[in-house]
Design a protein around this ligand. Structure first.
Ligand code: CO8
Length: 259
């Protein structure tokens, strides 16, 4: 891959968007690489948690590539938007949790990428915003929807309407991020959380993710039915059998086997 670095250690995969000379701005080739990589991650039984970050210490992702976008026709813009949206949805619906480790600029498409992750941890120097209205466009990779669902409609509208860039203090206040890490300690903090996640039963964690995501658009009556289905499926797993047996026998369960 030209624009993505990929590593896997102890059930944790790290995807680093890597185009430092352009502050990791997303281009079409990079989205194609990410698309293929996400298929590989989804089918890798050994990956229980993913961390997404940006290469270097200045930028997570500074948006979609403006140079690549500037001459798009309406028709091409639809194609471009659809490709990006498909990749963001693939990331959002990965079986395992995804942590965004935001190491600097998370602007436009970069913030949209972070919003498609399950949990956001940012370093002190991170800066968030949707500068799109200043470029004459709307966010196009699901940002209008995921930002409003994450921080509420008025905070989301304010960020988009005014094109304001916000720092970590404001981002945590409005619920855009979950944790702030000292500069230089971001990957340690993100890996620490990932290490806790991979110690839980992977199937149970995956079903929690599905229940929250799939229930979000439903009425509570329908949403709890989704939960019941996923809850019940856990009882067909070896990990549930072993963990509950160990509890009843008053011993520690062995390592979960993801089955
Ligand atoms: N696209 C292309 N190149 C970029 C981008 C970008 N989004 N961001 C930075 N770069 C490049 C710069 O052009 C520059 O390249 P060069 O060295 O060749 O001149 C290099 O990265 C370094 O950038 P700066 O010199 O500008 O660095 P500064 O530290 O001075 O500024 C900023 C950093 C504030 C992040 C500034 O670079 C900036 O404002 N970048 C653009 C941010 C932006 O507007 N992002 C949103 C883009 S729109 C979008 O993401 C829409 C997504 C949905 C698309 C759907 C399509 C249908």
């Amino acid at each position: 891959m030209q624009f993505i670095k990929y590593e896997k250690t102890e059930n944790i995969a790290t995807i680093a968007i890597s185009r430092e000379e352009a502050l990791n701005a997303l281009n079409i080739a990079m989205l194609g690489e990410l698309d293929e990589l996400l298929d590989e991650v989804q089918s890798d039984k050994d990956v229980y948690c993913v961390i997404v970050t940006g290469a270097g210490d200045k930028s997570f992702v500074a948006g979609a590539d403006v140079g690549e976008m500037k001459d798009l026709t309406q028709e091409k813009a639809k194609e471009f938007g659809a490709q990006g949206n498909m990749v963001m949805s693939k990331l959002e619906t990965l079986r395992m949790p995804v942590i965004a480790a935001i190491n600097g600029y998370a602007l436009g498409g970069g913030l949209e990428l972070a919003l498609a992750c399950d949990i956001r941890i940012a370093s002190q120097n991170a800066l968030f915003g949707f500068p799109e209205t200043g470029l004459g466009i709307t966010p196009g990779y699901g940002g209008t929807q995921r930002l409003a669902r994450t921080v509420g409609m008025s905070a989301a509208k304010r960020m988009m309407f005014a094109g304001e860039k916000i720092k970590v203090g404001e981002a945590i206040r409005i619920g855009l991020i979950d944790e702030i890490a000292a500069r230089g300690e971001l990957m340690e903090v993100a890996s620490g959380l990932a290490a806790k996640i991979v110690q839980q039963a992977p199937v149970a964690v995956a079903q929690c993710k599905r229940a929250v995501n799939e229930g979000a658009g439903l009425t509570i009556d329908k949403a709890v039915l989704v939960e019941t289905e996923l809850f019940a499926k856990c009882f067909d797993t070896l990990d549930q059998n072993n963990a509950m047996e160990a509890f009843v026998d008053k011993r520690k369960p062995g390592k979960f086997e993801n089955r």
